[in-house]
Write a protein that binds this ligand. Structure first.
Ligand code: CA
Length: 333
């Protein structure tokens, strides 16, 4: 009799625990792991903030800083997988290492959304729960090309040697990064398609997206070619800021000054917007980090809930059928 009562009590307790557990899980929402290539990146910080905000009250997220090292990110993924997650978001350190990452996640059946640094989409297509959210890399370059055309038309004084050509130096992010390659190529192609004749001064400076490296390279370029450089094209604003620092040191691009070499970048960082406002930078291209974060969050929540990734969202796939592109927009004064 006594033991029968105990059994009933025990059963009630287990049932209650089950209800509490279900309620707790419901309140906390799904568990989502977020792997970031590195926290110390202005644009990515904007995306992270947007992700945190978008998931608030809807999911429990665990975010990790890959610190620019793919081996570190691989370890972080292993730990996440061992804990068990409902969804994973990956901002690859090295996009070329995506095959191994997809393979590990696929083995768990967890939905995954890659964003920003673009893996080979054929690799993602090997797993039916993998999506990519990025930009159209060529667009950023094309918008730079349009800005170059407007600059050229706006001020004949930019043609310092009056040869009808825009002499430029180019700052590239990384040698093999698809965004860097596309920006470098399409900025020039688009300006030329717009009828501007461009002539490069020196080699392309590969400066790892970095301000200090770009400043050093620009100082060397100016030492060899001062007075011959009429335009600075940079794959991102951080390198554009380095070029501006080098120019400012020798009297160009100073707020309120009379000598300006147009400098254009990509990202629309706070520093760049400030420099454009001061008239010491001529343009940038806005990569909308908030829109990126919101898209990644909405798509992840759909996939985790077992819905179609784009269900109820304003997004559409590109030709690949598994990638969503967040548009860029030009930013000038
Ligand atoms: Ca010229």
């Amino acid at each position: 009799m006594k033991s029968g009562k105990s059994r009933v009590l025990l059963a009630v307790c287990i049932a209650l625990l089950g209800i509490f557990a279900a309620a707790a899980a419901f309140a906390a929402g799904p568990n989502i792991g977020v792997l970031i290539y590195k926290y110390d990146d202005t644009y990515i910080s904007t995306v992270r903030n947007a992700l945190n905000k978008a998931f608030e009250g809807k999911a429990e997220i665990t975010m990790q800083d890959g610190k620019g090292d793919q081996a570190t990110q691989n370890d972080q993924l292993d730990v996440m997988i061992s804990k068990g997650l409902d969804g994973i978001i990956v901002n690859m350190v090295d996009a070329q290492a995506a095959a191994g990452v997809v393979e590990k996640i696929k083995a768990t059946g967890t939905p995954v959304v890659f964003f920003n640094r673009e893996p080979d989409l054929n690799v993602l297509k090997t797993y039916d729960k993998a999506i990519f959210v990025g930009t159209n890399a060529a667009d950023a370059g094309k918008m730079q090309g349009d800005i170059i055309k407007n600059l050229w038309d706006s001020n004949p004084g930019f043609d310092l040697n009056k040869d009808g050509q825009f002499q430029y130096v180019m700052f590239k992010g990384e040698p093999d990064n698809p965004e860097a390659i596309a920006r470098t190529e399409f900025s020039v192609k688009q300006a030329e398609a717009n009828g501007v004749k461009l002539a490069q001064i020196g080699e392309t400076f590969v400066c790892n997206w970095d301000t200090a490296l770009a400043q050093t390279a620009m100082e060397s370029a100016l030492a060899a070619n001062e007075g011959k450089i009429e335009l600075v094209i940079a794959n991102n604003d951080s390198m554009a800021m380095g070029a501006i620092a080098a120019l400012s040191n020798i009297g160009y691009n100073v707020e309120g000054g009379s000598k300006l070499i147009p400098v254009i970048g990509v990202d629309a960082t706070d520093q760049a917007i400030d420099a454009i406002g001061k008239g010491i930078m001529s343009g940038t291209v806005k990569q909308d980090g908030e829109a990126m974060g919101n898209a990644v969050a909405a798509i992840t929540l759909n996939m985790v809930a077992g819905k179609a990734p784009l269900d109820g969202t304003p997004y559409a796939y590109d030709d690949s059928g598994i990638a969503v592109r967040i548009p860029y927009s030009p930013y000038v004064k």
